[in-house]
Design a protein around this ligand. Structure first.
Ligand code: AHR
Length: 326
């Protein structure tokens, strides 16, 4: 920290002497000369079990890689993330990484980082910026594919169903990439079976509490519901409480498919309260630190790095649970 303050003062002196423009240490443009990479990470929040595991992965991997991490929690608010990114720019970190709360509205702050010659890595969630030169790379899942896998499972599972399949969809935070993409992937897949109809679809903000609250209301409005598709485990787990409170059996009266595969979700799956989970891996830390080292070194990296993921049935969840890390 002290070293960074002196680096900032030194950079200020360079400006005063009319020598600014070449940055401090080689390749980073950060003014840091201690050889240690400093990363500013603007996290979405702590909305879910997935996010907690993701934060842990990033913090532990930074430590293991010898990267100094400046970490902020935006509490699911874009304005907080923008403030955090601006503060990382002012602190002249070597690299900025963040998981954007929503997809739109990033161009200005990303341009500020680019002008300051600080490389940006997107993790987990995408931005919709047309100018892809505003970030170095994007590491994370294919959310459309996740939604598609959930829909394909439902199409297969509904083959035996005689009557209509009425789905309540609990969406992630409005405007977030996983909410947009998991919705569209699912919608595409269920087109294969006209019996399947989404009777209600509402924002549950990726949290357990909101999942419960929204499910309570939607169940009253749509008692004919026999399937729940939740964009993450936490909303599904909250909804299970609402289903039980309404005197129905989760996994039987209302079949449930979710995304993530965190321990609590996998436990509910192994108990038959959830019927199928599409995995979304939060363990992005090690790869993120490797990428950070490369971009700070000025190396070219792949623009899109996809996370490998699977799906789980009840039997598969039972087998995987003892080794599950998050
Ligand atoms: O962006 C990843 C999603 O965000 C996870 O599926 C969800 O649990 C989290 O809140």
């Amino acid at each position: 920290m002290i070293r960074r303050v002196s680096a900032a003062i030194a950079a200020g002196l360079l400006v005063a002497a009319g020598l600014a423009g070449c940055g401090g240490d080689s390749g980073s443009g950060s003014g840091n000369d201690d050889g240690k990479i400093t990363m500013g990470f603007a996290q979405v929040g702590a909305e879910s079990g997935w996010r907690t595991a993701n934060t842990k992965s990033i913090q532990e991997s930074a430590k293991a890689a010898g990267i100094e991490l400046k970490f902020s929690d935006a509490q699911q608010k874009q304005e907080n993330q923008i403030k955090a990114i601006r503060s990382y720019i002012a602190q002249k970190v070597d690299v900025i990484a963040f998981s954007p709360v929503i997809e739109s509205g990033w161009d200005q702050v990303l341009k500020e980082a680019k002008d300051a010659e600080i490389p940006v890595i997107l993790t987990d969630r995408a931005v919709d910026s047309k100018d892809t030169s505003l970030y170095e790379t994007f590491i994370g899942s294919d959310f459309v594919l996740e939604g598609k896998k959930a829909g394909e499972w439902l199409v297969e599972d509904s083959k035996a169903a005689k009557g209509p399949v009425n789905v309540i969809q609990l969406e992630g935070t409005t405007g977030a990439a996983p909410a947009n993409d998991r919705k569209s992937g699912f919608a595409d897949a269920i087109k294969a079976d006209p019996k399947i109809k989404v009777v209600a679809s509402q924002d549950g903000d990726f949290t357990r509490a909101k999942g419960k609250e929204v499910m309570e209301a939607l169940l009253k409005a749509h008692p004919e519901t026999n399937v729940l598709y939740a964009h993450n485990d936490d909303m599904g787990l909250g909804a299970i409480e609402a289903i039980e409170a309404a005197g129905k059996k989760p996994g039987v009266d209302i079949k449930i498919v979710t995304v993530d595969a965190v321990k609590d979700g996998m436990t509910a799956l192994s108990e038959g309260k959830i019927n199928f989970i599409v995995e979304c891996s939060p363990l992005l830390g090690p790869q993120l630190m490797d990428l950070a080292k490369q971009v700070v070194d000025g190396k070219k990296v792949e623009k899109r790095i996809l996370t490998e993921e699977t799906t789980f049935t009840q039997e598969q969840a039972k087998a995987a649970l003892p080794e599950r890390k998050y």
